[in-house]
Ligand binder design. Structure first.
Ligand code: FAD
Ligand code: N01
Length: 547
């Protein structure tokens, strides 16, 4: 989109794109520095992920006490969570509370899709254009556009012929959907499918689940949070936050382990066990027995033994043998995709009103007026739900016409996959920052911890530039090359990059997207130290210029 040169741009110090948790905190932090800020948000209100993903069963899988902002002591003391892991409505309420408390909405323009961001070499400013024709000019442009904010709707022939409504979990109607008395079809068994399937099955007359790849999922053990527990945790918040920041993934499981289960230190070696021991463990503990083994995440042979334990447990919990067989993941390692936790997922397939269609036995051929035609027959329903995920990490950035020096498009610079220095900036794009961008721990972490770290780093950087009367900052190509090499090196040999792994971390869910492991697996604590060291060494790897 071309900027309308006749319209005088609104001048601000910083344009922030997106008003999810990243954009909200960025605004607050920049205001504290005395800067003028305009946040532009496509949605009609704050919350980002939690504004768009209102599907039944949507919730967080990080303990609420840890999936929350730490930047304000008053905020973290005054807010009370009702469950170990909060559901979407409560997280959205929290986002609204934050917006209200810090008066954020007065600097956010809603219902505004940013279409272009172009660096003007002469003025050293970013010229930002919106789909509605507004034009902003800013010294800094900060992309808080989210890693999972562009829903992926696969192209399936005949979709336009479907007679009933079609919904996507990532863009759910605000008013909700009542499935009572209806037959529902759902495509996708990733996190969103696994969360929504049990809840939809309870309400709908019938649910048909179209599964292309069975997933690995662990029981969530969610439940209410007691007042006593919260009071105790709040007393310890300073230590909890310190530990989160220094940890591998920004979660310490304070009071609980991952997914609300008891904390189990993975210390045992599965390769040292016998088949009989593994079977006994599955019978005693179920899926969680696998968590005790340290070698599962690093050794393919150990991983396959764990997958076998996992399949044994599916056989135990699913009544129908053919359905159990269909639900068993095979041919890719446990831990290659984003971990999933669930409430009653497998039990749902024992219900009379649920049909599992294993697309490995015959894929979807096309959608028709009353349902789906597959290689194994026709399936009829009134409503179709896509739980088919997102164009992750680069999707939202790719939708904006971003141009840096020499009018180079970011999509061109990222032709072979995203390239950044520290996930914060790309070379040739001065003063453009990405919050939780590719090349940072981002989606491999409790994202609020990573968001706060990036926002603080960017805020400190801008304050440093202003104090030193510097105009621009951008990484050198060499620093970017070395960082990308490091990102690839640490991911090498992990389950994430196994040849059989087709995850969205690798861009494998989007046809034509370059296969490259996008987030940084080195850990939240180590990464923070690296970023701090870079800043302390006069922003090593970056070029800062006063002219
Ligand atoms: P977002 O919340 O995605 O916000 C980005 C905003 O930018 C959106 O509102 C979008 O409308 C706006 N935007 C994008 N492009 C444009 C444009 N061109 N113009 C204007 N506005 C634009 N993370 C965890 O750590 N733990 C969890 O348990 C967890 N659960 C999740 C569950 C779901 C269903 C999903 C989808 C994600 C989950 N995540 C989780 C990841 C979640 O995205 C982050 O935790 C966090 O909310 C991201 O905040 P953000 O502000 O960076 O991005
Ligand atoms: O998306 P996904 P998601 N025909 O990409 C299937 C976060 N999140 O929205 O595996 C048939 O994981 C696809 O099949 P396959 C979290 O980071 C967190 O569920 O490609 N099927 C897969 O089964 C998560 O990882 C929570 O073979 C098709 C599914 O759709 C991320 O968001 C909750 C298809 C997509 O799974 C994305 O999760 C929700 C087609 N043409 C989301 N195309 C928490 O609990 C796609 N599929 C924290």
């Amino acid at each position: 989109m071309k900027l309308n040169s006749r319209i005088k741009p609104t001048q601000v110090d910083v344009v922030v794109v997106g008003a999810g948790f990243s954009g909200m905190y960025m605004l607050h932090r920049l205001r504290q520095l005395g800067l003028s800020v305009q946040v532009l948000e496509a949605g009609s209100d704050v919350g980002g992920t939690w504004y768009w993903n209102r599907y039944p069963g949507a919730r967080c899988d990080v303990p609420s006490m840890e999936y929350s902002y730490s930047f304000s002591e008053e905020l973290q003391q005054e807010w009370n969570w009702s469950e170990i892991m909060a559901a979407q409505p409560e997280i959205l309420q929290y986002a609204n509370h934050v917006a209200q408390r810090f008066d954020l909405r007065s600097d956010i323009q809603f219902d505004t899709q940013v279409a272009s961001a172009i660096f003007a070499e002469d003025s050293k400013r970013w010229e930002v254009g919106t789909q509605t024709g507004d034009h902003y000019s800013a010294r800094f442009c900060i992309m808080a556009t989210g890693c999972l904010s562009v829903p992926n709707t696969p192209t399936i022939a005949g979709a336009e012929d479907f007679a009933g409504p079609i919904y996507h979990t990532g863009n759910w109607p605000k008013e909700g959907v009542d499935f009572s008395g209806l037959s529902v079809g759902i495509i996708g068994t990733g996190s969103s499918g696994i969360q929504s399937i049990p809840v939809i099955a309870e309400q709908a007359k019938h649910l048909t689940v179209f599964q292309r790849t069975p997933n690995y999922t662990m029981p969530a053990h969610n439940g209410p949070l007691s007042e006593d527990f919260q009071m105790e945790a709040k007393k310890n918040y300073a230590e909890i936050r310190d530990e989160q920041r220094a940890s591998q993934v920004g979660i310490i499981g304070y009071g609980f382990g991952f997914g609300g289960a008891e904390n189990v230190e993975p210390t045992d070696e599965i390769l040292a066990t016998t088949q009989a021991q593994r079977t006994a463990l599955v019978e005693e503990e179920g899926f969680v027995a696998i968590r005790r083994f340290a070698d599962v995440s690093i050794d393919p042979e150990a991983n396959e033994l764990a997958c076998d334990m996992y399949r044994q447990q599916i056989k135990r919990v699913i009544n129908d043998d053919a359905t159990a067989e269909s639900l068993m993941p095979r041919d890719y390692p446990m831990g290659c995709k984003r971990p999933v936790i669930d409430t009653d997922y497998y039990a749902t397939f024992n219900r009379d009103n649920v049909t599992l269609v294993d697309l490995r036995k015959g894929g979807i051929e096309h959608i028709q007026a009353n349902g789906v035609k597959t290689g194994q027959g026709d399936f009829a329903f009134d409503v179709l739900v896509y739980a088919t995920g997102f164009d992750a990490m680069t999707g939202a950035l790719g939708k904006i016409d971003i141009r840096g020096r020499n009018n180079t498009a970011l999509t061109e610079h990222w032709d072979a996959g995203p390239r950044t220095y520290l996930g914060l900036q790309a070379s040739g794009f001065p003063n453009l920052f990405t919050i939780t961008g590719p090349g940072s721990p981002s989606v491999l972490s409790n994202m609020i911890v990573s968001i706060e770290q990036h926002v603080d780093w960017i805020g400190d950087c801008i304050a440093y530039m202003d104090k030193s009367e510097l105009l621009t900052i951008e990484p050198t190509l060499d620093a970017e090359d070395k960082w990308i090499a490091h990102v690839n090196e640490v991911a090498e040999g992990t389950m994430f990059t196994a040849a059989s792994c087709n995850s969205w971390y690798l861009g494998a869910n989007i046809p034509g997207k370059p296969r490259i492991f996008m987030p940084y697996v080195g850990g939240v604590g180590t990464y923070r130290e690296t970023c701090d060291r870079v800043a302390a060494n006069d922003y090593e790897g970056f070029v800062l210029s006063a002219s």
